[in-house]
Design a protein around this ligand. Structure first.
Ligand code: PLP
Length: 327
């Protein structure tokens, strides 16, 4: 039977689970690591899910009409997802890029015809920085004002319930369906934490006893202007001794069982290992998630368990970094 889609928006989700068979064997892991290949979404990242859901919510609420302009701030993947769906649906897109993003991200956005500016271009940004430092709430308010002044629609991913909801509606159910609910741990990093809160909440409800493991770049692997670091891009350091200090999706209460710090160099080495062991070519946050999952898999209590690892994107946007240059 013919099966032809009308739009790339119909291709979001239903990403496969794949056992990291050779990696598991080579590392003598007693638990089974299983990757969820989010890079097989149409624009190559997990953010397709949240972006599409936020656009569809704006449409359903009558706030977004053909020809309108969407505005968002992003480290790249959300912008790329919004860009593709905006093109397919007839919207324009205005992006403010977070500092420290790889040039590949900006180039991709420009290819989609997006207006790309930087945080320093947000009206009032320099005044906020001078008076309060990097204050997320004030920066979001400044972007909202910019959107209101121009008649743009601000998807505001950090505050938009459609972001975690996308994972409650799709990512979580896919994991349960494809494993018959037989999962002991789920491991992922957090940018907005839409994935962590949405997938975590759904799996905790459907699979009693499952452990939700957050992972984060250690402080030395966070982008710092002017410093040459092995950064893990697109994600934040959200946990401080068991306390979530990143605002997450604002207002969401969520319990994760543990958070594991990952060093950028370990993530990069994991990425290079997986590319050659299993032909799985990962971005930095995905490789960091695998490295964190490996720590869990090496514990005696994890013997015989199944660990699902969310792999948000592939290595293409990291070719200009040190990640794949040490091969
Ligand atoms: C590379 C990468 N990994 C992971 C994430 C985490 O996604 P979330 O915003 O759902 O926490 C992002 C988010 O932008 C990302 O760009």
């Amino acid at each position: 039977m013919a099966n032809i889609k009308k739009s790339i928006t119909e291709l979001v989700g239903h990403t496969p689970l794949v056992e990291l068979t050779n990696y598991n064997r080579n590392n003598n892991l007693k638990a089974t690591l299983i990757g969820k290949l989010e890079y097989l979404n149409p624009t190559g990242s997990v953010k397709d899910r949240a972006a599409l859901n936020m656009i569809e919510k704006g449409e359903a609420e009558g706030k977004l009409k053909p020809g309108d302009t969407i505005v968002e701030s992003t480290s790249g993947n959300t912008g790329i997802s919004l860009a593709a769906f905006a093109a397919a649906k007839g919207y324009k897109l205005h992006i403010f890029m977070e500092p420290g993003c790889t040039p590949e991200r900006t180039q991709i956005l420009k290819a989609y015809g997006v207006t790309v500016q930087y945080y320093s271009d947000i009206p009032g940004f320099n005044e906020i920085m001078a008076q309060y430092g990097f204050d997320t709430g004030r920066i979001v308010a400044a972007i909202q004002k910019f959107a209101d002044d121009n008649g743009y629609y601000y998807t505001s991913q950090l505050f938009n319930e459609a972001n975690p909801e996308a994972h409650i509606k799709t990512t979580g159910p896919e994991i349960v369906e494809d494993t018959d609910g037989n999962v002991d741990y789920a491991v992922m990093l957090a940018g907005t934490a839409g994935t962590l809160t949405g997938v975590g909440e759904y799996l905790q409800e459907k699979i009693p006893g499952i452990k939700i493991i957050g992972a984060q770049p250690n402080l030395e692997s966070m982008y710092q202007p002017g410093e040459d670091r092995n950064t893990i891009d697109g994600v934040v350091h959200f946990d401080n001794n068991g306390e979530a200090r990143h605002p997450f999706i604002v207002g969401r209460k969520f319990h994760y069982d543990e958070c594991i710090d990952v060093d950028g160099a370990d993530a990069y080495a994991t990425a290079r290992e997986l590319a050659t062991s299993d032909g799985i070519f990962l971005g930095a946050s995905a490789a960091a998630a695998v490295y964190a999952a490996k720590q869990v898999a090496q514990r005696p209590e994890a013997e015989g368990k199944r660990i699902v690892v969310i792999l948000p994107d592939d290595g293409m946007k990291y070719l200009s970094t040190k990640m794949y240059q040490e091969v």
